[in-house]
Write a protein that binds this ligand. Structure first.
Ligand code: BTN
Length: 335
């Protein structure tokens, strides 16, 4: 099985090296000849890549005759930088980066079927068909959010896979807190909210046999620096920037998130469901005592959240008095 599979559309290592070289020397003009020498391509290739980077929204200034420079360091999550920052980490080994891709979950599923290793990371600067929960789309504007999917091969029964969604929510929560100084609300099973607006979500997909997971892909979307959203989601979507009035580094947040998820995942593999369930209940004020409406697809009811089952499912005390376990569906707070 190849270590890192060749995939059409992945960012060429040398293109990533070009971005790094320009970033490390931001605002200084570097000649095309020097760039060509340092990254090992021809000068005309450098020119073509500069054009490509411009199309992708990277503000490279200068021209062929004088050399090139960046007006400011772009917040691009290039794999070479992440690899360096995550030496020895499970998620620092096989990283696929795309400037533009339909969905990182779609790519990670294909990689899973192709035999890619546990710990494979798929990143995109922009998604054209980002997938959300319940068949919804995930708005994935270029360079503004984090769009990342992790491929895992845990020895779990399929029914335990949703715990990974909750685990990723906990890791994202901790990473945002540590990196940005913001404390989002964690809403079962996969929403991150700030001031009532959704700033992040997790979509877990899997390939499994009846009793054993073959692989799971955990897709994490975090709205980082968006200032505006399309009209249809503007009332409910938020970003770390909008809710804190500061921009945040996507790269730093990603490095923090991958580091956090690695340690949380290892602990989950050692300790099992209780680790996730106990931590979720401790972190999420939503899990207990909130008035909610549950839409499960075939019925809709009002109730109050009453903790989580040992398997991580939400318990809701219906107004009629019965305690129900929510297996799937939308849970919305009712005020
Ligand atoms: C939700 O609806 O709350 C889940 C959103 C998950 C979005 C992320 S972005 C990275 C990954 N790739 C996708 O296509 N979806 C997930």
């Amino acid at each position: 099985m190849p270590q890192t599979l060749a995939l059409p559309g992945t960012t060429d290592k040398r293109l990533a090296a070009l971005v790094t070289l320009l970033s490390e020397n931001a605002t200084i003009v570097i000649s095309g000849a020097r760039i060509a020498r340092e990254i090992g391509v021809s000068r005309s290739m450098v020119w073509q890549w500069v054009q490509q980077l411009r199309k992708l929204g990277v503000r490279v200034k200068g021209q062929r005759s004088t050399g090139y420079f960046l007006e400011h360091v772009p917040d691009i999550v290039t794999p070479n930088v992440i690899r360096k920052r995550l030496k020895g980490n499970l998620f620092g080994k096989h990283i696929y980066h795309f400037f533009k891709m339909d969905s990182t979950n779609r790519v990670a599923m294909d990689l899973g079927y192709a035999g890619a290793a546990e710990g494979t990371v798929v990143l995109a600067e922009e998604q054209t068909a980002g997938r959300g929960r319940s068949g919804r789309a995930w708005h994935s504007e270029r360079g503004e959010g984090l769009y990342v999917t992790l491929l895992l091969r845990p020895k779990l029964a399929p029914a335990q896979a949703p715990l990974l969604t909750m685990l990723a929510g906990l890791s994202a929560h901790a990473a945002i807190k540590a990196q940005c100084g913001l404390t989002p609300e964690l809403k079962w099973p996969n929403d991150l909210l700030l001031n009532g607006k959704k700033i992040g979500g997790i979509l877990t997909e899997m390939h499994a046999e009846p009793s054993q997971v073959r692989f799971v892909v955990v897709g994490i979307g975090i709205n980082v620096n968006q200032e505006k959203f399309p009209a249809e989601i503007a009332a409910v979507a938020g970003s770390l920037r909008n809710e804190s009035r500061r921009t945040h580094s996507r790269l730093e947040l990603l490095v923090r998130l991958l580091g956090q998820f690695e340690s949380d995942y290892n602990r989950f593999l050692r300790e099992g469901a209780p680790f996730v369930v106990q931590r979720f209940v401790a972190v999420s004020s939503f899990a207990d005592g909130r008035r909610v409406r549950v839409d499960s697809g075939h019925e809709s009811y009002l109730g109050t959240t009453a903790g989580l089952s040992p398997e991580g499912l939400l318990l809701v005390a219906k107004d009629s008095g019965t305690l129900v376990t929510v297996i799937a569906g939308d849970v919305t707070e009712v005020r």
